[in-house]
Design a protein around this ligand. Structure first.
Ligand code: NAP
Length: 291
């Protein structure tokens, strides 16, 4: 039976450390959150991020734009936050109405305020294995969850299912780095991969970021593997007060019989993403303060 990697406990420790550091700041760090439209998941995510920021003593600056907001309106909001010396970090909640607009928005953020780490400059620094940029929060959180297992990644086979800019690609690059806690051999799978099980069964570390429940079954997992489930899927469920329940991409109950370590959903990757966002906000403040 797999050990459960408890993202709630690990993230709590990180949040406590950030809170202690915030107390030493000469002014509260400030993060701006731009949300476009009323997508229910985006509303929940931004509210959660703002609530936790405030708990840590981080100021928040919410900007809500209507779904029909034109690209110009969104970019103007970003430019004015870039110019505002009281704002340390800027987050544009994905998804935006089009991928083109999302790319333009991510690229418009001042890289020194890019707490989500999606600006091309920061993604380039990730490829260069530089510590001078900002790393994306979900991949950073995943690395901390893996670190908590004590498993050495060197030479291990990591299989990443999903190749998005937000999760799959950057986490694969982090695992590949020529750094002490990395050096894995990385395989990427995606919707066009033929016979995913052929790769997943060979994985010492399996990261699943697809957005489809039941993507990984027990017979697709190598005994003893570390399994990180990034997926967040809303499953209609009349027995729940909200009318739905949240499930990951992995068949948790059966895979836990085979894996060595596994993250639950909820309570695995999700809380880590928010904790790393808070850490990035503090880092942005510290870099601005020392400029
Ligand atoms: N816990 C967190 O903090 C957190 C953070 C971010 C995302 N998420 C969740 O993680 C999931 C993935 O997010 P994302 O932003 O990376 O999603 P995304 O942009 O939609 O990417 C999904 C990836 O999965 C691949 N895929 C789709 N169907 C597949 C299949 N049947 N077999 C293999 N691969 C398949 C896609 O392949 P193609 O590239 O070929 O289309 C794509 O690369 C979602 O459930 C999202 O809600 C959670």
């Amino acid at each position: 039976m797999a050990n459960i990697i408890d993202g709630k406990i690990i993230s709590r420790k990180i949040l406590d450390e950030v809170k202690s550091s915030v107390k030493l700041c000469s002014r509260p760090p400030c993060a701006a959150f731009i949300r476009v439209g009323d997508d229910p998941a985006s509303v929940i995510y931004v509210n959660q991020k703002q609530k936790i920021a405030r708990e840590l003593g981080i100021d928040t600056f919410p900007i809500l734009l209507p779904l029909h907001a034109q690209g110009k309106e969104i970019l103007n909001a970003i430019h004015s936050l870039n110019e505002n010396p009281e704002v340390d970090g800027i987050l544009v909640q994905a998804p935006l109405p089009t991928m083109a607009l999302q790319r333009a928005a991510f690229s418009a953020i001042d890289p020194s305020k890019d707490i989500d780490g999606f600006h091309p400059q920061n993604l380039g620094l990730l490829c260069q294995e530089s510590d001078d940029g900002f790393l994306p929060c979900t991949p950073l959180g995943i690395m901390e969850l893996i670190r908590s297992t004590g498993v050495d990644l060197t030479g291990k086979h990591a299989v990443v299912i999903g190749r998005s800019l937000i999760v799959g690609k950057p986490v694969g690059l982090l695992l590949l780095q020529k750094k002490e806690f990395a050096n894995a051999t990385v395989t990427f799978c995606h919707s066009k991969t033929k016979d995913i099980a052929r790769y997943s069964r060979d994985a010492d570390l399996l990261i699943v970021a697809v957005g489809r429940p039941g993507t990984i079954r027990a017979d697709m997992v190598k005994p003893g593997a570390v399994v990180i489930d990034v997926g967040i899927n809303r499953i209609p469920d009349d027995r729940r007060e909200k009318g739905y329940r949240i499930e990951g991409d992995v068949d948790f109950e059966n895979v836990r019989e085979v894996a060595g370590f596994i993250t639950p959903v909820p309570g695995g990757v999700g809380p880590m993403t928010i904790a790393m966002l808070m850490k990035n906000t503090l880092l942005a403040y510290q870099r601005h303060a020392h400029r």
